[in-house]
Write a protein that binds this ligand. Structure first.
Ligand code: GAR
Length: 202
């Protein structure tokens, strides 16, 4: 049995959730996982810089370069297998994975979503759109969820959730920042440690 789970983090953008995981490894909150590789489907993602700054291997895999969704997923799978990955973390990864992909890794893919699932989730709910929808509905409490990934967008088993208050005058941007600070950056590293510990039998 390995003493640490090999983790791949899949990203598309700024990578603040990736940063939270890196910080949790550096501060000893995560002890059961090794950040093996960061894979981005966007060559311009700042998350790639964060990985490089911390000596983590990176790969850029785009649908365009692969010539379609099937070849794109096949390339990701090939990379995950060659890196001997135990746990796949979607941290702001803005591409929906097919059933063919998710079936290969049952309870080995986790995602962070910026709402309290089952509110404001599923296809079309990503990034700022989630917070726009929460404010439009007028909910008083929102939050974030870490869940296992299956073939249903945001439909897998819930692992951790944390609530965040909505405040008078919130804009989608202000709310997004609060949800990240008060929920996502806390529960995602916690879930990485929890599942990695299970994988390593700790
Ligand atoms: C985060 O808020 C994450 O929860 C969200 O995108 C943002 C990525 O930020 N993900 C989704 O909406 C997935 N459905 P980051 O690149 O700074 O971590």
């Amino acid at each position: 049995m390995k003493d640490k789970a090999n983790v791949a983090v899949l990203v598309s953008g700024g990578g603040t959730n990736l940063q939270a995981i890196i910080d949790a490894v550096n501060s000893g909150i995560i002890t059961s996982a090794k950040l093996q590789i960061v894979i981005s489907n966007n060559p311009g993602a700042y998350a790639l810089e964060r990985a490089k700054n911390n000596g983590i291997k990176t790969a850029v895999i785009t649908k365009k370069e692969c010539g379609g969704a099937e070849a794109f997923e096949a390339k990701i799978i090939e990379t995950l297998e060659s890196e001997d990955i135990d746990l796949i973390v979607l941290a702001g990864f803005m591409s929906i994975l097919s059933k063919n992909f998710t079936d290969r890794f049952p309870e080995r893919i986790i995602n962070v979503h910026p709402s309290l699932i089952p509110s404001f989730c599923g296809e079309g709910f990503y990034g700022l759109k989630v917070h726009e929808a929460a404010l439009a509905k007028g909910v008083k409490v929102t939050g974030a969820t870490v869940h296992f990934v299956n073939e249903i967008p945001d439909g897998g088993k819930i692992i951790l959730q944390k609530a965040v208050e909505i405040e008078e005058g919130d804009t989608p941007e202000i709310l997004q920042k609060r949800v990240m600070e008060q929920a996502e950056w806390i529960i995602l590293p916690r879930a990485v440690e929890l599942i990695s510990k299970e994988i390593t039998g700790g």
